[in-house]
Design a binder for this molecule. Sequence first.
Ligand code: DND
Length: 238
Amino acid sequence: MRIGIFGGTFNPPHLGHRHIVEDFHRQMAAAGLPLDKILIIPTYVPPHKAAPDLASGEDRLLMCNLQLENGPFEVSDIEVRRQGASYTWMTLDELHEQYDEVEPETGEKTPAELYFLMGDDMLLYLPNWKRPEKILEDAILVSTIRSHECSVEELKDFAKTHYPDQYEAGRFLFFESEPFPVSSTEVRALVKEAAGIRAADGSSTKVTQHERQIAKAKLETLLDPKVLAYILERELYQ
Ligand code: DND
């Protein structure tokens, strides 16, 4: 079985996430490696960064479901259920346990082929992850660019320099993608602004009605309408 994995804090999930994962789906098929399914895995607690305004695991699971509820995508609660820091090597271990096929008579194992998707920032941060070598044994890492500040060539050079053996062994894949530059941090700041709160100092006095409308209009271009409605209804990030 060939499984794509898209892990993230998804606080909240935005259209940049949808863009990269839909491209991943298409490009893997075009490369002759069609994926049987793609697991979208929100972290419980991201292992690598402080997460201000972290919405609950349940809220983030729900928002991922609202954004990617069709087709080959399946939102998985594996990390939210496990709790604690969501280390990727642990998740890959669990996924192999779940999806590797064992021949009942001989006990022979056919490991699931796992492809872990990430944006450029995450690939460049890989040496700081826990057990990157183990991760590269258990999954092939597939990456692309988030903005024109980085190129696929730079990503290849980085992987070749830091993980030469794994690079030669084909444990990295890359694809070209038209960037959709947005971040969850930017989205949370806009949600605050749309609610009349100045993100930088938390003050509610200085945001004009006009600025609030502009922030709301910008949000409509960055979020799935169902995710935006959910955030506003639940008053997340305010
Ligand atoms: P983020 O916090 O960056 O997620 O976490 C990404 C994944 O890496 C999670 O599964 C983490 O558990 C795992 N990780 C990170 C560091 C250390 C370890 C594990 C460890 O085990 O030690 P975000 O929600 O911010 O973003 C999710 C993904 O979407 C990322 O790969 C990011 O690069 C990508 N992305 C975009 N891609 C294209 N265009 C955009 C994007 N915005 C985010 N606009």
